[in-house]
Design a protein. Structure first.
Length: 299
């Protein structure tokens, strides 16, 4: 069994951190991640820098990325203006995102859900015409910070419409980290017949992120988003903390016999580097605990 891991640390990881890295540092972060065996890295987002200052100078970051065989570099876009900026860069994948609840989508993107869905269709079509992949992420699929519980029937109805616009992947996002494994099973099972690869974007705000990843594994998930060292969160969702840590996720998958193609030692080196750059202890556990069995104890 194989699972595609998409590293979102340079985008979702850094966007909510207090430190403001330079474009050069962010490009170096991406280049280091590209050397770990990861096949997908979300580089940046093409959004208004006044609203998300940590994602300013997106084009400069893209210009600083070196060639990396086998790695798909992606960018997040929320609207057609964002895609027009991405299209002027070498990035090969557009990741479109919008929220499934009206209140959150208005606060996050200034649009109704229906308008965002229509715009997602236009972006997917434009990306395909340009020779790019395009995935769609449904934010707040497991719960909304403003409307509370989200009806899975509503999420699946939107998901079916996303599948109909021809997206290459559909990703259910637990944006505020409230989901539990039963929700993962229901959403992935409900969308299994839509004819589109399914993914999960999980936050560990309430310490259920890894349980949800395992539930996704059991349900046949195709892609898992994660962020090295567990950095990140959503600046527009109160109390939303970091993503599941990539190195912790890879450790779990490796021990379960899942092929990720990722060099875990190389990934731990990147986790140590970003920890040093940010200058504080980060949420990832494996960097502190170490691999098992430890390399110096193998007989």
């Amino acid at each position: 069994m194989t699972v595609r891991i998409c590293e979102v640390g340079p985008r979702d990881g850094l966007q909510n951190e207090p430190e403001h890295l330079t474009a050069r540092q962010r490009a170096e972060f991406v280049n280091r991640l590209a050397g770990t065996g990861l096949t997908a890295v979300e580089v940046t987002s093409f959004v208004n820098p006044a609203r998300v200052p940590r994602m300013s100078a997106a084009e400069e970051v893209c210009a600083g990325i070196g060639p990396a065989s086998g790695v798909a570099f992606a960018g997040l876009v929320l609207n057609e203006r964002g895609y027009a900026r991405l299209a002027a860069t070498p990035l090969v994948e557009a990741r479109v995102a919008f929220c499934v609840t009206e209140t959150f989508n208005q606060r996050n993107q200034g649009r109704g859900v229906g308008q965002s869905l229509a715009e997602a269709g236009a972006i997917v079509a434009a990306a395909h015409a340009d020779g790019r992949r395009a995935s769609v992420t449904l934010a707040a699929s497991f719960g909304c910070p403003f409307e509370g519980e989200v009806d899975p029937g509503r999420v699946l109805s939107i998901a079916e419409q996303v599948a109909a616009i021809g997206a290459d992947e559909l990703i259910f996002a637990d944006t505020i980290g409230v989901g539990v494994p039963g929700q993962v099973t229901r959403l992935l099972g409900g969308a299994a017949g839509f004819g589109i690869p399914l993914g999960l974007h999980l936050h560990n705000t309430r310490n259920t992120g890894y349980a949800n990843a395992y539930a996704g594994l059991e349900a046949g998930v195709a892609v898992l988003d994660s962020s090295v060292a567990g950095i990140g969160g959503c600046p527009f969702a109160p109390a939303a903390t970091g993503n599941i840590a990539t190195e912790d996720l890879v450790y779990l998958l490796e021990r379960e016999g899942v092929d990720t193609g990722v060099d875990l030692d190389a990934l731990l080196s990147v986790a140590a580097w970003i920890t040093d750059v940010l200058g504080r202890q980060l949420p990832g556990q494996l960097l502190r605990a170490g691999r098992f069995p430890s390399a110096d104890r193998v007989i």
